[in-house]
Design a protein around this ligand. Structure first.
Ligand code: PAF
Length: 279
């Protein structure tokens, strides 16, 4: 595997590659990321991964400084997966001058759910993904469904800008007890780790209620949030949305069986976890 840090070197290395499959990451790789690499391999060749902790998508009080950086261990994992190039720019390589041009998602999608609780987050994601795509020039790029809203925003962005990159969504990789794998799980104490699957259980509660015909969505969401709060969590949201646009479903949507997804974000101690479940 070649480890490349500069945009110029990456361009030289990738010249003439027309079937590149790309997996952007912020490092601290776990099985979930590796499953993205394997899916990428099915859709293209060579596989290129990136590791870049993108300051633009972190709020001033978020965990940019303490975000886990485990570069050497990440390299070993990617080598085992047969990744061809790891693009790991420094901040100076990727943002040699202040990044004044930004890509913003529309308010309807960018300021709801995660966007409401993490203002500026999706603008930061769209900007760095656009820049990484411009450097790597992939034919396909793989994003995890665990970040459901991010996947949808990136997919819509690629379509609306006619980017020559197909966006592929990968199923969420879960531990045996249901907890979605995430780099932020490593912030959890052993007691919190034991409690953490309750978030996924809450999503299943909502999904089962709705599948069972309980269509007062607001009361189901409230009940699921109350259950989490009673266990010591601080939920930001548990919200049922239409899969097509992540907007709340109307009574008509529910009656017609419009495909839904329930999304959640909640803090356990100081760790904020997100997860979702298609209904
Ligand atoms: O999902 C992530 O790890 C990040 O948001 C991404 C897509 C690598 C952009 O920094």
């Amino acid at each position: 595997m070649k480890i490349i840090t500069t945009i110029d070197e990456l361009r030289d290395q990738m010249r003439g590659q027309l079937r590149t499959a790309f997996v952007p990451t912020m490092g601290n790789l776990h099985e979930g990321h590796l499953s993205l690499m394997r899916l990428a391999r099915k859709h293209g060749d060579p596989v290129v991964a990136s590791i870049f902790v993108n300051r633009l998508q972190f709020g001033p009080n978020e965990d940019f400084d303490k975000y886990p950086r485990t570069f050497q261990a990440d390299v070993e994992k990617l080598e085992k997966e047969g990744v061809y190039v790891l693009f790991a720019p420094t901040e100076k390589d990727l943002y040699p001058e202040p990044q004044e041009y930004r890509v913003q998602p529309p308010d309807t999608l960018g300021n709801t759910l995660e966007g409401e609780f993490r203002p500026g987050f999706f603008g930061g994601v769209c900007t760095v993904v656009t820049k990484l795509f411009s450097c790597v020039q992939p034919r396909v790029a793989v994003f995890g469904k665990k970040d459901y809203q991010q996947l949808m925003i990136v997919r819509n962005m690629a379509r609306q800008f006619a980017m020559p990159t197909e966006i592929i969504g990968a199923e969420t990789f879960r531990a045996e007890d249901g907890l979605a794998l995430s780099s932020r799980n490593m912030y959890l104490s052993p007691e919190e780790r034991a409690e953490a699957p309750a978030l996924y259980q809450g999503l299943n509660f909502v999904a089962n209620e709705i599948r069972g015909g309980h269509l007062d969505i607001f009361s189901v969401e409230r009940e699921a949030m109350a259950q989490l709060s009673a266990r010591g969590w601080k939920p930001d949201y548990i919200s049922v949305r239409k899969r097509i646009d992540l907007q709340p479903p109307s009574a008509g949507d529910l009656a017609q069986g419009t495909p839904l997804v329930v999304l959640a974000a909640a803090k356990l101690g100081t760790t904020r976890l997100i997860d979702n479940l298609e209904i």
